[in-house]
Design a protein around this ligand. Sequence first.
Ligand SMILES: NC(=O)c1ccc[n+]([C@@H]2O[C@H](COP(=O)([O-])OP(=O)(O)OC[C@H]3O[C@@H](n4cnc5c(N)ncnc54)[C@H](OP(=O)(O)O)[C@@H]3O)[C@@H](O)[C@H]2O)c1
Length: 244
Amino acid sequence: MFDLQGARVLIAGGSSGVGLATAELLVKCGAAVVLNGRDRVKLERVKEQLGAQASICAFDAANPEERTRGLAAIGAFDHLVVALSGGKGAGAFADVTQPDLRSGFEAKFWVHFSLAQESLAYLSQSGSITFVSAISARAANPGTAGLAAINSAIEGMVKPLAVELRPRRVNAVSPGVVDTPWWNWMTEDQKQAAFAKFAASTPAGRVGKPSDIAQSIVFLIGNSFMTGCVLECDGGLRLVGQSL
Ligand SMILES: NC(=O)c1ccc[n+]([C@@H]2O[C@H](COP(=O)([O-])OP(=O)(O)OC[C@H]3O[C@@H](n4cnc5c(N)ncnc54)[C@H](OP(=O)(O)O)[C@@H]3O)[C@@H](O)[C@H]2O)c1
């Protein structure tokens, strides 16, 4: 495990799923975490769970004024993790609507882009940015062309930013299917059926846990020789075709 004592890490999307698991692991590594999300009540519950090393800052990262005010209130930090979800943009290519896909870009790509850009004023020179994209960007799964486009746009920034922003490091983790509240738009039965289908076709034989992705994120934060890298953490899902 990495020793991250003294490091301050902002996790945008830190109140649930992958972001929350990352916060839990970072706290175990000794880091101080600042958690962002829109729902203050959810954030307060998480803060109570994580203890003194955690602080919270509730704002809608997709809202420019709230984002600017929120980052200014947080102040200096060493590492940024962007684990926000969008959700829109999935579906068969013939059916996916442009407004849906545009709103998917607004909620994910543009928020990742803007948070990273505006964080530069606060981000340590020895620090890092880790985006959480999605393996749809690197797979050939029917029904995911829209999601692939959004997440490819995020992953496409990683290499140029790693050079442009040096000595800061820039990486991404590209997760496969992970059991998080992201899937709560389905009924419990639908979700379990979808997970069983994904588990059966995924070479690792299961869907991911938030802690699987958190370990990859903390590895990229803690290993100061990692930059310009998109880490695939998907149980091998990218190697097989599996529609949504
Ligand atoms: N779960 C999967 O199968 C999967 C697969 C591939 C990629 N991913 C990616 O992994 C990342 C994490 O997803 P997850 O599964 O952990 O989702 P999740 O459990 O739904 O968590 C999303 C987090 O983002 C916050 N959030 C969403 N919009 C926000 C906004 N505009 N401003 C501030 N906070 C916002 C949510 O809190 P509030 O709602 O309170 O704002 C929550 O803390 C996402 O980028 C997702 O696309 C997930």
